[in-house]
Design a protein around this ligand. Structure first.
Ligand code: PEP
Length: 250
């Protein structure tokens, strides 16, 4: 299973800035190591530009940071998986903590999106993770269990495991510089694996579980070597080619 090294550019970068960053990243990375795959989630407006820039580079792909649960229609401001794919996207992201906690998305809606994204032909990365209050209250497993089960509720059980990934991102570690410790990561990822096994049986061992939350060039190689860590999802440190290329090659 290749490690998935994913960049979430959130609401940063104009078209030009995004294309220049993608170009620089590809130059600095050069040949992606055999056991790695690089994925960029740019903003919608720069998705096509970044996809085109990376099209000839092997082991690079792009994805949409969000999508709606219909192919087309009167849904002002929304975007469909079909539209993302027409801009070169292979992946879609669901359940990111900013969509859950800033934009108020529910587990139910995230589950619908995840299933629809899969049905519409995307590979989907479902993000899960607890708030600091939930961790302090000893509710990590309860929260992660609910978010994974609800998020994957309508995903066909016979799915190709390559098409679905889970990103464990403790909310208190996102954008704060406060990375989860190795024991916390191993414990949470082991727990995610167990839930996935319960849902999908043996093939759950081939579903990638990414870690996200203040991953940086200097902590990535340790994180990526931990049990059940099959990649990373990186926000802040993915915005510059220099730092993200170091993460990709860590
Ligand atoms: C994220 O946005 O998913 C994330 C993990 O951000 P950061 O790396 O900045 O913590």
């Amino acid at each position: 299973m290749k490690k998935l090294m994913a960049a979430n550019w959130k609401m940063f970068k104009t078209w030009d800035e995004a294309v220049i960053t993608a170009r620089k990243l590809a130059e600095l990375v050069g040949t992606v190591p055999d056991d790695r795959e690089v994925l960029i989630f740019p903003s919608f407006t720069s998705l096509k530009g970044v996809s085109k820039e990376l099209a000839s580079k092997s082991s690079f792909s792009t994805g949409g940071q969000d999508f709606y649960t219909e192919e087309q229609g009167a849904f002002t401001g929304e975007i469909s998986p079909k539209m993302l794919k027409s801009c070169g996207a292979v992946f879609g992201l669901t359940g990111h903590s900013e969509r859950r906690h800033v934009l108020g998305e529910t587990d139910e809606f995230i589950g619908k999106k995840t299933a629809y994204g899969i049905e519409a032909g995307l590979k989907v990365v479902l993000c899960v993770g607890e708030l600091i209050e939930e961790r302090k209250a000893g509710k990590v497993e309860e929260v992660v269990d609910r978010q994974i089960r609800e998020g994957l509720k309508d995903v066909p059980r016979d799915i190709d495991p390559e098409r679905i990934s889970v990103a464990y991102e403790p909310v208190w570690a996102i954008g704060t510089g406060e990375v989860a410790g190795p024991e916390e990561i191993v414990e949470a990822h082991g727990f995610c694996r167990k839930i996935l096994q319960d849902i999908f049986g043996e093939k759950a061992n081939e579903i990638r579980i990414l870690y996200g939350g203040s991953v940086k060039p200097d902590n990535c190689s340790q994180i990526i070597s931990l049990d059940n860590v099959d990649g990373v999802l990186v926000g802040g440190a993915s915005l510059e080619g220099e730092s993200f290329s170091k993460i990709v090659l860590a």
